[in-house]
Ligand binder design. Sequence first.
Ligand code: FE2
Length: 204
Amino acid sequence: MIFSQVPVGTMQNFSYIIGDAASHKAVLVDPAWEIDKLLGLCGDAGLSVCYVINTHSHHDHVEGNDAIVQRTRAKVVAHQSAPIRKDIAVSDGDLVELGSLRIQVIHTPGHCPDHICLLVDGKVLTGDTLFVGECGRTDLGGGNPGAMYESLFNKLMKLDDATEVYPGHDYGRKPSSTIGEERRTNYTLKPRTKEEFIKFMAEP
Ligand SMILES: [Fe+2]
């Protein structure tokens, strides 16, 4: 697998390139702000972009979709509830096939209802659900701390400790982590009941 974490824009966003070395096909995850840079990196690696996958519909994660589609004819993949133009609507457990790669969709509402994380080859792309040392906000439109609890503790924390974590923003002390490290060190993931977590998320 060809994998690249690409810092873009002024809001510490990360876009991601996932490429299949055999078929030279690529996915762009959350393309935004610096489309020339993203397409240039794909071109340098000999990859043609077949899919855009959005972790969620917030503007800073989708604002490059139209430009990518115009320039590559990629198909846009997003959760079925995402209020954006999409070609392929996915739900929890679906697989996106890219050559020999299988990208698994994990529905993780909480930051917003249409949020998905992507599991591929021992890596999980966590968007704005889980950051290094933090979790996503639940106080924006569509945010839901109870749903965030389920997404964090009953989905992401069920993954193997060795799974590498690649977030949607560079908000932590380093750009990536692992599920085990976040389980041990992320203060938002300390053992709490759902009720305690909801209260915790309401604190300033
Ligand atoms: Fe967001």
